[in-house]
Design a protein around this ligand. Structure first.
Ligand code: NAD
Ligand code: MG
Length: 388
């Protein structure tokens, strides 16, 4: 039996992972499941899957979790340290599906004990790519991409020499406001931003899709995962979300990964890698699709893409500033305190202030250094927002 854990099991990626695990219950021993506020779902899944331990990120909910698990024999724990401890338990495969920089520390713990890390939490690579990769290498652990675009690139590169790669194109649906007139964007509401034309995802990543902060994070994630020159990474708006990414080689060939917008493909690929197994995803009828469309992204509409390039040019801890400032700007947008287009302004200003003030590129990267910069960037973003 493979020992598996799912961090962020109550979320969209977590639930899709559980769907796959439940289809072959005899193959997996579930070690840990984690969530935050949805205690009923966490407890239900922990009981269904006979997990060893369930963790809520929120210590004030520990009593509720204990009550929900009473008599089941499943341990109940809470808080960031409990997440790290659970991730340190011997496990073969760990799904990292917490949203935000909070996913970084448990992912590192999983790598330290040699587990294969299925990485949906793109923030880990953006904030601390060098550290995540060095930790994996030191402990001979594997990192498998789960973001659909990165899974697509990973699959297109099987058997290929990365030196022959000329371009990596990741696609973007364009999110909720793809076709809105520019002048309407300033007054877009969180509820409007949280609807996605093709994918069913968590609220935060859905709003990040509308602002393209999600794609900006993914461009940086591409650079970290595949260690390519940022100049060869392109973003292409593709409203149907059927082609997830394309890899262009030096002989002119473009290898595209085509599939329905269902995260169970990328999750299942990471779960079974290096094998391919049957997965419960729709088989495409290309004739019925009739047409796929593409266009270049407009960086006035989506300034996050321009900021991603600046982050890659600087490197080091700049990604941690970018992500943390983005997380705070998103919190304030969701709370109705800033407008949709102000999110990018806040992030840009935080990057400007902190790159002038701190050594973002020279300092050695450790978990502590990343968390310190993350903290500073959150405070900086809050101060910028307070003055708006
Ligand atoms: P979600 O909001 O649906 O779920 C997030 C999970 O993280 C939940 O289990 C929640 O309880 C937990 N969580 C939230 N805050 C936490 C904290 N501070 N500490 C610990 N746990 C916390 O999000 P999602 O859509 O499943 O996305 C999860 C991650 O996967 C994100 O990094 C996202 O960018 C990435 N991702 C998601 C998709 C998708 O299709 N949903 C695709 C690609 C990548
Ligand atoms: Mg993606």
């Amino acid at each position: 039996m493979r020992r598996v854990s799912i961090f962020g099991s109550t979320g969209s990626i977590g639930q899709n992972t559980i769907d796959l695990i439940k289809r072959a219950p005899n193959e997996y021993q579930v070690v840990a499941l984690s969530g935050a506020q949805n205690i009923a779902r966490l407890a239900r899944d922990a009981k269904d899957l006979r997990a060893e331990v369930a963790i809520t990120a929120d210590p004030t909910r520990l009593g509720d979790l204990r009550a929900a698990l009473a008599g089941s024999g499943i341990e109940a724990c809470a808080g960031a340290q409990a997440l790290d401890d659970a991730a340190s338990r011997p496990t073969d495969w760990v799904m990292s599906a917490i949203v935000g920089a909070a996913g970084l520390a448990p992912g590192l713990k999983a790598l330290e004990q040699g587990a294969s890390l299925a990485l949906a939490n793109k923030e880990s690579m953006v904030c601390a790519g060098a550290l995540v990769k060095a930790t994996a290498q030191k402990h001979s652990a594997r990192i498998l991409p789960v973001d659909s675009e990165h899974s697509a690139v990973f699959q297109a590169l099987i058997g290929e020499d990365i030196k022959a790669v000329e371009r990596i194109i990741i696609t973007a649906s364009g999110g909720a406001f793809r076709d809105w007139p520019m002048e309407k964007l300033a007054s877009a509401t969180p509820a409007q931003a949280a609807t996605h034309p093709n994918w069913d995802m968590g609220q935060r990543i859905t709003i990040d899709s509308a602002s393209m902060f999600n794609k900006a994070l993914e461009v940086i994630e591409t650079r970290e995962f595949f260690e390519v020159d940022p100049a060869i990474i392109e973003v292409l708006v593709h409203p149907q979300s059927m082609i997830h990414a394309l890899v262009g080689f030096n002989d002119g060939a473009l290898m595209a990964h085509v599939g329905p917008p269902d995260m169970r493909h990328a999750i299942g690929f990471a779960l079974h890698w290096p094998e391919r197994r049957k997965l419960p995803v729709e088989r495409l009828d290309l004739a019925a699709l009739s047409h796929l469309t593409f266009r270049d992204p407009d960086e006035t509409r989506w300034p996050a893409l321009r900021l991603a390039r600046a982050v890659m040019a600087e490197g080091g801890h700049t990604g941690a500033v970018f992500n943390a400032a983005k997380e705070r700007a998103l919190d304030h947008f969701i709370a109705g305190r800033i407008g949709f287009m102000q999110m990018a302004e806040v992030v840009e200003e935080a990057l400007t202030q902190l790159s002038a003030k701190c050594s973002l590129t020279n300092a050695e990267m450790t978990l502590d250094s990343v968390l310190a910069i993350d903290h500073l960037a959150r405070n900086t973003a809050d101060a910028i927002i307070a003055k708006l």
